[in-house]
Design a protein around this ligand. Structure first.
Ligand code: GLN
Length: 281
């Protein structure tokens, strides 16, 4: 077991995968159905398990991220099915979820709109944590929506959630949504187009471009969302947005010119201003 483990870690290290030992642990844990700390307690892997570990390693050596290989990823307290059709849920986005969870108890039976839901990780976590809440998950990608539906079923919150396949740049977008909400949450695409090339292979090749590319400036989706949000929110409704590196202040400027007041900017664990919380006047 130990030699085999070290061989895998060595291969990952040679392929310049960061944290090769830890990722090897995660691979073993996934295949052996154990927690990462327990993998050395088990007897040697069977031939079938060794085959699986080798197969996963081959994919990882081509820089496919582990969550995309496994087809699922933990986010907040839950596990979400994912694929190359959706952005992998990231720990940074849990900051947005936590900020929304602080606000929701002050709204009775909150109705929440997620713009660009992807896997569904944001809105579905909020609904799971608030059984009286309901919501609407919107995405331009039909494939992303079917992944979000699968996750909603698995979390047993599918009765609380509606799904709409729509493009927020469409002129009649607000009509397609057709109602007002207490809260909007969104992790829109925010990477400036010219910077996509500089992203890691893991992101550039395996996360969908339409979930990353924020147009020439990186702010195109925020600008559009700022136009439509006042129509989609009730008076005093909230909007929580994920922000890219160094974008938070400009996002605040965009939204304040559309009638929003800044409530707070929340930093992620790396100290980056990651989540902007605003309220409609
Ligand atoms: N956080 C993602 C990244 O750094 C980008 C996600 C997005 O554009 N919303 O790759």
């Amino acid at each position: 077991m130990d030699t085999f483990f070290l061989q895998i870690a060595q291969k990952l290290s040679e392929a310049k995968i960061e944290n090769p030992q830890w990722e090897t642990r995660l691979i073993f844990a996934e295949v052996l159905q154990k927690s990462p700390s327990e993998i050395f307690l088990t007897t040697s892997p069977t031939i079938a398990e060794i085959k699986k570990i080798n197969h996963i390693t081959e994919q990882r050596l081509r820089h496919k991220p582990l969550d995309k290989i496994f087809g699922h990823r933990g986010f907040y307290k839950y596990d979400f099915f994912i694929s190359e059709d959706v952005l992998s849920p990231r720990p940074d986005t849990e900051i947005l979820v936590e900020s929304a969870l602080e606000i929701l108890p002050i709204i009775s039976r909150p109705n929440i709109l997620d713009l660009g839901c992807g896997s569904g990780c944001i809105i579905e976590t909020l609904l799971k944590e608030n059984p009286l809440a309901s919501g609407c998950a919107v995405d331009i990608s039909a494939q992303a929506l079917s992944m979000a539906k699968k996750n909603a079923k698995a979390l047993a919150i599918d009765k609380q959630l509606k799904f709409i396949n729509a493009d927020w740049f469409a002129e009649d977008f607000t009509l397609q949504i057709g109602k007002k909400f207490d809260m909007i949450v969104s992790n829109p695409p925010y990477i400036p187009s010219a910077e996509i090339e500089t992203l890691t292979t893991e992101v550039k090749k395996y996360d969908p471009l339409e979930a990353l590319d924020g147009g020439a400036t990186g702010f195109e989706s925020y600008e559009r969302i700022a136009e439509i949000a006042p129509i989609l929110l009730r008076n005093n409704g909230y909007i929580l947005l994920e922000a890219g590196y160094n974008q938070a202040r400009q996002i605040v400027d965009i939204f304040t010119t559309h009638g929003f007041n800044l409530l707070k900017i929340v930093n992620d664990l790396a100290g980056i201003e990651r989540c902007v919380v605003l309220q409609l006047d």
